[in-house]
Design a protein around this ligand. Structure first.
Ligand code: FES
Length: 64
């Protein structure tokens, strides 16, 4: 259970991934993961390691 003093933040990085920090649970077609780390989720669609960013946005010309 999440404590009241724990915060989760979501930041859309310019022309790059979504940075998520805090207590996170990911589930879906790419499996499940629980973490307390900062992760970067792909939003350009070019990553070879979805749902995570692998840096492909830098060469794909993604703008967002
Ligand atoms: S946002 Fe980085 S690979 Fe898609």
């Amino acid at each position: 259970m999440k404590k009241n003093d724990e915060k989760t933040s979501i930041v859309f990085l310019q022309n790059g991934p979504i940075q998520v920090s805090g207590s996170i649970q990911i589930s879906g077609q790419y499996g499940e993961k629980k973490t307390e780390e900062t992760i970067h989720l792909c939003r350009c669609g070019e990553s070879k390691n979805k749902p995570y960013c692998d840096g492909s946005h830098k060469t794909s010309g993604f703008k967002g």
